[in-house]
Design a protein around this ligand. Structure first.
Ligand code: G3P
Ligand code: CA
Length: 380
């Protein structure tokens, strides 16, 4: 939350909650979405419609985290494009979902890099493969992206081998070019990936992130930028460095943010999702990015949707925007009642899922098929 006004974050959080309650009392709960969120976050959402965030670009149609994927997302109507950020060996931020790149590039076909295959422990998990921090940017640029889930997204595989790994700066350059061409602002929604791990390597993500945003005149209250993280401590630090809104991502309820776990802390994501936890989150963040299950849980036995929780209302009461992840058209990602067949790759009734979450008052959606999200939003 804003630390630039002289008012304490806690006070602002309480004021935001009071504003929400007054608006809801006066005009009914339908105003909850429009009146929620801090002023920093509200700057990002002037038209009050739920935001469509192109998740890893338009990753339902192109290999994720490529300029082609981001460009398609913008052309499909996404308000924001979402790069996950990791570091190269020479400290350049690049867009990859993970620092392990065996699953999303052709690195395994590059015999010159065979010796770099190794096993590392990332956030407590042993992972074998090739890692961005072991490649200079020049080396990484010799690789080409490939589809992460070819069994589900076979059509995307025709684009394998075509697109390089983009830098964060190249993503920003693309957003600026498309903003001019499409005559509407295309925002960026960067995520710091494994920030504690990268800092331990001497390759921190936050300094180049802040530097890059400032170099591009994007560290402004009305810049179309959100910064997100699954960790807590780096968001708290960024809150005093950046003017743009911050989003706390929430992973599985029983797990802890890695920085919390590494410091011996006890707080789980589930704790952070309670009203008290959300009020605490609002002292440094402007929004939360929960997995969809926090809002509409699923029966673990059948995969069918259960009754919605009070999460959206609780987060709004704390003054937080709510941007759940991840909306995908394929049956395998949909609740049982919306699947169209037993084929996991077939598309099901994704529109109904968006509509349910829009009715519940979410402020934005991370979507792999932004055109579907835009179509669902058009019905509001
Ligand atoms: O950042 C929102 C969503 O992308 C979080 O999950 O693992 O896809 O980055 P992940
Ligand atoms: Ca992400």
């Amino acid at each position: 939350m804003s630390s630039k006004t002289g008012t304490t974050p806690r006070t602002l959080s309480i004021l935001a909650a009071l504003a929400f309650l007054i608006a809801a009392t006066v005009a009914g709960s339908s105003l909850a979405t429009a009146s929620s969120g801090s002023s920093r976050a509200a700057d990002q959402k002037a038209d009050a419609r739920p935001l469509v965030i192109g998740h890893r670009g338009a990753s339902g149609y192109r290999p994720e985290h490529t300029l082609a994927s981001y460009e398609l997302a913008a052309r499909m109507g996404a308000d924001y494009i979402e790069p996950d950020l990791v570091s190269t060996a020479d400290g350049v931020l690049v867009a990859r979902h993970e620092n392990e790149i065996g699953g999303t590039t052709d690195v395994a076909e590059h015999t010159e890099f065979a010796s770099r295959r190794t096993t590392k422990t990332i956030d407590g998990v042993a992972i074998t493969g090739w890692f961005t921090e072991d490649f200079t940017l020049a080396e990484l640029k010799t690789l080409r992206a490939k589809e992460r889930i070819p069994a589900i997204r076979q059509e995307n595989t025709i684009y394998d081998g075509r697109f390089p790994v983009p830098t964060f700066q190249e993503v920003i350059d693309l957003s600026k070019r498309l903003s001019r061409e499409l005559r509407r602002p295309i925002g960026i929604y960067p995520e710091t990936k494994h920030p504690t791990y990268f800092r331990s390597l001497g390759l921190p993500l936050e300094e180049p992130l802040v530097r890059t945003l400032r170099n591009n005149d994007l560290d402004r209250r009305n810049a179309k930028v959100f910064v997100q993280s699954f960790e807590v401590s780096n968001l708290k630090a960024l809150n005093s460095q950046l003017r743009v809104p911050l989003v706390q991502l929430l992973g599985a309820p029983s797990t802890k943010p890695w920085d919390v776990a590494a410091a011996g802390g006890a707080t789980t994501y589930g704790d952070m999702a309670t009203p008290a936890g959300l009020a605490e989150t609002a002292t440094y963040a402007d929004g939360v990015g929960p997995s969809k299950d926090y809002i509409v849980p699923r029966d673990p036995a059948t995969g069918a949707s259960l009754a919605p929780t009070s999460f959206v209302d609780d987060a709004h009461a704390a003054g937080l925007q709510v941007h759940p992840y991840t909306f995908r058209n394929e049956n395998t990602f949909l609740p049982a009642e919306l699947r169209s067949s037993a084929n996991p790759a077939d598309w099901g009734d994704a529109i109904s899922e968006y509509e349910q979450f829009f009715r519940l008052g979410v402020d934005g959606v991370f979507s792999d098929q932004p055109d579907t999200a835009v179509e669902a939003r058009a019905g509001l």
